[in-house]
Write a protein that binds this ligand. Structure first.
Ligand code: GLN
Length: 380
């Protein structure tokens, strides 16, 4: 393996899902729904395939999808953007992140992340030859430590990567926090990369896009995807929204990473994004009911549960059960209890952090969530 990837192992999500299958455990680890996406979106994909929309798509996106993304963005943020010049369709948000980093960050540039962070950020920054500075968000509220953030800035700092709602903690960045980060970006001429894939799963407060804050659109790459909002994580349709001077970098990287994204799924994604607002309301209602089952269940089992405002994840302190650390706890949970969770220490630069915490997902049908809670009540 090349040096730039030497330190990375098989992703924790892959490891845990394999163990779930091997031990017949209930998988509350990797974040993918065990129910299907909406019929009208699947029908649109089948239609597109039958209509012969099967050759390479335009590199930066099928025109209807670029337009649908721009319309959705305007509804969400009030910002009117040019779908031809400011939207790039990618193979999932993971590719959008890679394209933004590889297209806009030079080797030696420093990028600030908030730990715990989604695993692809670190690996992609490493591939780009960037340096990583991680600022740890600590329980119970995972607030941004502003002083530490300011102290982490150097002449080499080029960007701050923000994920809100935040995987794995469920934290949502408050307007105050985003305002401070925005003024830091403006004062130090930094870019903001924002991963907002859980924006439609915001339960306790309204989601705020960094790009919508004064002075920020021009320095922000906003990234999102279809997977979480439409329960179609396997379709891998994502996008990056940025002003033309940043879109140029994103598109140059995208052209040589994947060139274009799966054509029929892009047509179906365009249909999906035209869903009525009631679709989003129902999605939220369904997820709030699931969240209630899992959170109340985990409390009854005896975990200390940290409040999650968004995403389909919740983080708990496992130490009442006396295992050595998060990895040991998760192994015990799989083998002795038959439930899979995700150890969080892999989401920190310093692996000594996060050892008290594990993440559960509630993107599963209610019976599955109830059975997992039952197993834990009986065997933990
Ligand atoms: N985003 C998903 C999660 O956090 C996992 C995606 C993946 O497996 N790479 O669970």
């Amino acid at each position: 393996v090349a040096k730039r990837l030497e330190k990375f192992k098989t992703t924790i999500f892959t490891q845990m899902s394999q163990l779930a299958i091997k031990h017949g455990a209930i998988n509350l680890g990797q974040g993918f729904p065990n129910f299907d996406g909406p019929e009208f979106v699947k029908a649109a994909a089948i239609q597109a395939i039958n209509d012969g929309k099967n050759q390479y798509a335009r590199g930066y996106g099928v025109p209807d999808l670029n337009s649908a993304i721009a319309e959705r963005f305007e509804k969400d943020t009030g910002l009117s953007i040019n779908p031809e010049k400011e939207v790039t369709v990618t193979s999932g948000c993971t590719e959008a992140i890679a394209a933004a980093i590889l297209g806009l960050i030079n080797p030696g540039d420093e990028v600030i992340l908030f730990a715990p962070f989604y695993d692809s950020y670190e690996a992609t920054l490493s591939m780009a030859g960037a340096k990583i500075k991680a600022i740890t968000l600590k329980p119970p509220d995972f607030a941004v430590p502003i002083k530490e953030l300011k102290a982490a800035l150097t002449k080499q700092t080029r960007a701050i990567l923000i994920n809100t709602p935040h995987n794995p903690t469920g934290k949502m960045f408050s307007r105050e926090e985003l305002n401070v980060i925005a003024s830091i970006c403006i004062e130090n001429d930094l870019l903001a990369f924002t991963d907002e894939v859980y924006d439609k799963l915001a339960f306790e407060m309204d989601h705020i896009s960094m790009a919508s804050l004064p002075g920020m659109y021009d320095r922000t790459v906003t990234m999102n995807s279809l997977g979480k909002t439409f329960s179609l994580t396997g379709w891998k349709i994502g996008w990056a929204i940025a002003p033309p001077h940043l879109t140029w970098g994103v598109r140059q990287a995208h052209s040589f990473l994947t060139f274009a994204t799966c054509t029929p799924m892009q047509w179906a994604a365009a249909a999906a994004l035209k869903a009525p607002e009631s679709y989003y309301e129902e999605l939220k209602r369904d997820y709030m009911a699931k969240k209630e089952i899992l959170v109340e269940g985990l409390k009854a089992v005896g975990f200390k549960v940290f409040p999650s405002s968004g995403t389909y994840f919740v983080v708990v302190d496992h130490t009442p059960f006396g295992r050595k650390d998060d990895v040991d706890f998760c192994e015990y949970l799989i083998k002795q209890v038959g439930v899979v969770a995700i150890p969080t220490s892999v989401f920190y630069l310093n692996p000594e952090e996060g050892k008290n915490l594990v993440r559960f997902t509630f993107c599963k049908d209610e019976d599955t969530l109830k059975s997992a809670v039952e197993r834990m009540k009986q065997k933990l």
